[in-house]
Design a protein around this ligand. Structure first.
Ligand SMILES: NC(=O)c1ccc[n+]([C@@H]2O[C@H](COP(=O)([O-])OP(=O)(O)OC[C@H]3O[C@@H](n4cnc5c(N)ncnc54)[C@H](OP(=O)(O)O)[C@@H]3O)[C@@H](O)[C@H]2O)c1
Length: 432
C-alpha cells in the first residue's frame, strides 16, 4: 500500500460535510485498505469559521475555498456547499488545479452538468455525484456502470422524501395537505420554506440527471415537465382508494415506444397499491428501473440525511481515489445517443378526471362526446348525485392511454360545456 496520503479538500461542513469528515476519520484504516493509500483531510472550507466543528482540527478550517482548491496538492475536492455559485466556479477551478471532484449538488448538476463534465474531461479528471440523486441509494453507478450493457426504457421513482412523507400522511390519516405539511415541518422532514420540495423543483433536478444518464442523452432541467403536489386533496386520495391506488409524487423518465425520443416529468400521480412504489412509506425514496434485458429493478432506501448522503459521497471518494492511484479516470458524461427530448404533450398515459356537472339527463353523453372528439377513449365512468340537492353531480372518468396533448384539449373543451360546472381534479395514472 502506498504510504503517501491522497489529499482531500472538503468544501462545506454542514449536514452532509460534517458526516463526510466524521466517516473519513473513524473509518480511516478501512478506507486506506480499500483505496490502497491513506486519505488525509487537507482543508475544510466553511462560511462561519468560529462555529465549533467536532472532530475537525481548527487549523484545517478556512473561509477561503478558492485558495483551498487552488493549492495544487489536492487530489480530490468534495463539494457539499450546495447551490450554483460559488460551487460551480470552485469545481471548475479544482479541475484546472489538478483535482478530481465529488459533489452532492443536484441543483448544479441538473443545470450545468454538461459544462462541468466538459471541464472534467478537458483536465482529465473525474466528476462523481452519486449523492446528488436519492441520498444513500446507489442509482448513478448502477445506471452508468452496472446497466451500461443494457437498454434502459423507463426510470420511475419517488426521489423526494419530504413530499413522500406528506403524501403518505395524507393517505394513512386522511389529513389535508396543510395539516400533513405542518407535521412534516414539526418533525424536521420539511424545511421552513418547502417550495423546492413541494413544487417539485428538487425532484425535477434529479429527474434531469437520471434521464441524462439512463438514456445517454443530455436532458436539461428546463426539459423536465414539473408539477408540484400542493393541490392534492383528501378527496383525491378518496378517489385513488376507490380505484385501488394511492398518490405519489413521481419522477418519470421514459423512452418513447419507437425509441427515438425521451421525456422527463415530475408530477403527482395515482399508482396501483400492487405497485412496489405504493408501499414506500414516510420519507423513504425508491426508484424503479425498467430495461430490456434486466427487466424490472427497484432501488430503495433513505434519500437524504447527513450520514446516508455521506455514505454515497464516501463511495465516490473511494472510487475517485482508486482512479487517481491507477492514473485513470472513470466513466464521464455519456450523451452519444442525443435523443430528442419531447415535450409533455407527447407523453402517453392514463388519466383520472373528476368533474362537477349538472345533475340532469344527457350530461354523460355530452361529456363522452367531447372525449371521443379528442381521440381519448374512456375506460370507466362513475356518476354520483350529491346529497345536498344543489343540482350538481360528480362525474369521475378514467381514460385509456392517451397523449397529454389530447387530454389537455379534452379538458379545455369540457370547461366550455354549460353542463360542466368545474374540473375538480385531473390526475395521471401510472405504474400499470
Ligand atoms: N442534507 C441532505 O440530506 C442532502 C441529501 C442529498 C444531497 N444533499 C446536497 O448536499 C449539499 C450540501 O447540503 P447540506 O444539507 O449539507 O447543506 P448545509 O447543511 O447547509 O451545509 C452547507 C455547508 O456549506 C458551507 N458554505 C456555504 N456557503 C459557503 C461558501 N461560500 N464557502 C464555503 N463554505 C460555504 C456552510 O458553512 P457554515 O457551516 O459555516 O454555514 C456549510 O458548512 C447540497 O448540494 C445538497 O443538495 C444534501
Amino acid at each position: 500500500m502506498r504510504t503517501r496520503p491522497l489529499k482531500v479538500a472538503l468544501l462545506g461542513c454542514g449536514v452532509v460535510g460534517s458526516e463526510v469528515a466524521r466517516i473519513m476519520t473513524t473509518h480511516a484504516d478501512d478506507l486506506a485498505a480499500r483505496i490502497g493509500a491513506p486519505i488525509e483531510l487537507a482543508g475544510v472550507a466553511v462560511r462561519r469559521p468560529s462555529k465549533v466543528r467536532e472532530g475537525i482540527p481548527a487549523e484545517l478550517i478556512t473561509t477561503d475555498a478558492t485558495a483551498l482548491v487552488k493549492r495544487g496538492d489536492i487530489d480530490v475536492v468534495v463539494e457539499v456547499i450546495g447551490g450554483i455559485e460559488p460551487a460551480r466556479t470552485l469545481i471548475t477551478t479544482a479541475f484546472e488545479h489538478g483535482a478530481s471532484v465529488v459533489s452532492a449538488n443536484k441543483a448544479l448538476l441538473a443545470q450545468d452538468g454538461a459544462a462541468l463534465h466538459a471541464a472534467a474531461d478537458e483536465n482529465d479528471k473525474d466528476l462523481y455525484y452519486e449523492a446528488a440523486v436519492a441520498g444513500a441509494i446507489p442509482l448513478i453507478r448502477p445506471l452508468r456502470e452496472s446497466l451500461a450493457g443494457d437498454k434502459v426504457n423507463r426510470v420511475l421513482g419517488i426521489v423526494n422524501g419530504t413530499t413522500n412523507f406528506i403524501l403518505d400522511k395524507m393517505d394513512s390519516t386522511g389529513a389535508g395537505y396543510q395539516e400533513a405539511l405542518d407535521e412534516a415541518t414539526a418533525l424536521g422532514y420539511a424545511e421552513a420554506d418547502p417550495t423546492a420540495d413541494v413544487e417539485g423543483f428538487d425532484a425535477a433536478a434529479k429527474a434531469a440527471i437520471l434521464a441524462g444518464i439512463a438514456f445517454h442523452t443530455r436532458v436539461r432541467l428546463d426539459d423536465v415537465h414539473r408539477e408540484g403536489m400542493t393541490e392534492v386533496t383528501a378527496a383525491d386520495f378518496a378517489s385513488a382508494k376507490e380505484m385501488g391506488c394511492t398518490i405519489k409524487l413521481l419522477a418519470i423518465c421514459e423512452r418513447s415506444a419507437d425509441g427515438a425520443s425521451v421525456t422527463a416529468r415530475v408530477h403527482p400521480a395515482m399508482i396501483p397499491l400492487s405497485h412496489p412504489l405504493a408501499s414506500v412509506r414516510g420519507a423513504y425514496n425508491a426508484v424503479f428501473v425498467e430495461s430490456d434485458a434486466a427487466g424490472q429493478l427497484m432501488f430503495y432506501g433513505p434519500g437524504a440525511g447527513g450520514a446516508p448522503t455521506a455514505s454515497a459521497v464516501l463511495g465516490d471518494l473511494v472510487a475517485v481515489c482508486r482512479n487517481r492511484l491507477n492514473g485513470a479516470t472513470g466513466p464521464g458524461e455519456s450523451a452519444y445517443a442525443a435523443l430528442t427530448v419531447s415535450p409533455m404533450g407527447d407523453v402517453v398515459t392514463r388519466y383520472h378526471i373528476s368533474l362537477d356537472v349538472a345533475d340532469k339527463p344527457g350530461v354523460l353523453a355530452q361529456v363522452a362526446t367531447v372525449f371521443a372528439e379528442h381521440g381519448v377513449s374512456i375506460d370507466t365512468v362513475r356518476q354520483q348525485g350529491r346529497q345536498d340537492g344543489d343540482g350538481e353531480a360528480s362525474l369521475v372518468v378514467v381514460t385509456h392511454r392517451a397523449s397529454d396533448a389530447s387530454l389537455s384539449g379534452t379538458v379545455e373543451a369540457l370547461r366550455k360545456l354549460d353542463t360542466v360546472r368545474g374540473v375538480a381534479s385531473i390526475m395521471r395514472v401510472e405504474g400499470e
